[in-house]
Write a protein that binds this ligand. Structure first.
Ligand code: DAT
Length: 178
């Protein structure tokens, strides 16, 4: 199947949603299945120190969005990228052919984030972010509604189904666009 090597045009896919919903898990499996490249924006920022300060309240560095975009522009315009981030409003709209917002039930998400060591305000705020469907609304405000899809991400069966469906969509997109 198509990859970044330029032989075939492939779509860029955005996986977004509250931290802990399963973006990285899905993105890595999807990359294996499709041959597309996977990019975790948090890892990219860490490697390149693409930060513009520190958020004391949330105890995390603040992403330098402009530098992230500069860093990725060439690869994104080549297509075939799966991008994973818990935000979506600062990417150029033209980058993505489809946007998936992963959704997880509150109690499951709470347990996952607790397992990751989140506590106190950070834990509460992230669960609330999911309850208020903050990322779904951000996606609808940032991209055309007909390319934004919500996917349940509660169980291993959900993961399997999501990989299958997105891989199928990707294959079809490649057929239609080459
Ligand atoms: P994110 O990248 O959105 O922060 P993750 O991929 O790191 O999330 O997953 C968080 C945790 O949840 C991790 O322990 C794996 C687990 N997980 C992910 N998707 C799942 C699913 N569909 N069913 C059960 N557990 C899942």
């Amino acid at each position: 199947m198509a990859t970044e090597n330029g032989l075939k045009k492939a779509p860029n896919i955005l996986l977004t949603g509250t931290p802990g919903v399963g973006k990285t898990t899905l993105g890595k499996e999807l990359a294996e299945r499709t041959g597309l490249a996977f990019i975790n924006i948090s890892d990219l920022a860490k490697e390149g120190q693409l930060y513009e300060g520190y958020d004391e309240e949330y105890d995390c560095p603040v992403l330098d969005e402009d530098r992230v975009i500069d860093e990725l522009e060439d690869r994104m315009s080549g297509g075939g990228m799966i991008v994973d981030y818990h935000g979506c409003d600062f990417f150029p709209e033209r980058w993505f052919q489809i946007v998936f917002v992963l959704r997880t039930d509150n109690t499951l998400l709470y347990e996952r984030l607790e397992g990751r060591g989140y506590e106190g305000k950070k834990l509460q705020d992230n669960v609330q972010c999911e309850i208020f469907q903050t990322l779904y609304e951000e996606a609808l405000e940032s991209y055309k509604h007909d390319i934004v899809y919500q996917l349940p991400s509660n169980t291993p069966e959900d993961l399997e189904r999501n990989v299958d469906q997105i891989a199928q969509w990707t294959q079809q997109w490649i057929k239609d666009n080459n």
